[in-house]
Design a protein. Structure first.
Length: 147
């Protein structure tokens, strides 16, 4: 998952759900208001992705984010006293209800597809695709699969 600043306190969130073999299952976008602080948007994106996963009834999930600070707060179970810390605590509570959820930090250059999906949120806000992905997003998915 990733977040991209759209302006006026709005952020595009994007995530891609893949199988273990890397095949794409779903792509989603969401536009949220979250001020200008990137940690707020990244934390919201992680929470939104987990809520989506929960609704799908999926198990054995690895959530990847390029927000090192958010991932560290989740994995270390430290209490962050801020708006984004509150979102992280909600994510942690939701994880307790689900089986086998792991969160990992990934380098920004390995998060290219999610970043492009987050950027695409301005064109297609609040959408979920299970097949027939938008052409610009599909091109990024294909490129990522060939690497």
């Amino acid at each position: 998952m990733d977040a991209h600043y759209l302006g006026d306190g709005r952020w595009g969130l994007g995530w891609i759900l893949r199988r273990e073999d890397g095949g794409t299952v779903a792509v989603a976008t969401k536009v949220v208001r979250s001020g200008e602080e990137v940690k707020n948007a990244e934390a919201l994106g992680i929470l939104e992705a987990l809520q989506f996963i929960s609704k799908q009834g999926l198990r054995l999930i690895v959530v990847e984010s390029d927000s090192q600070e958010c991932v560290k707060a989740i994995t270390s179970k430290c209490i962050v006293r801020s708006y984004w810390g509150k979102i992280i605590r909600e994510f942690t509570r939701l994880c307790i209800c689900l089986d086998s959820i792991e969160i990992q930090w990934i380098n920004r250059n390995r998060n290219h597809v999610a970043h492009e999906i987050a950027r695409w949120a301005v064109h297609e806000p609040n959408r979920i695709w299970f097949s027939k992905f938008p052409r610009p997003i599909f091109a990024h998915i294909q490129k990522d699969m060939s690497v």
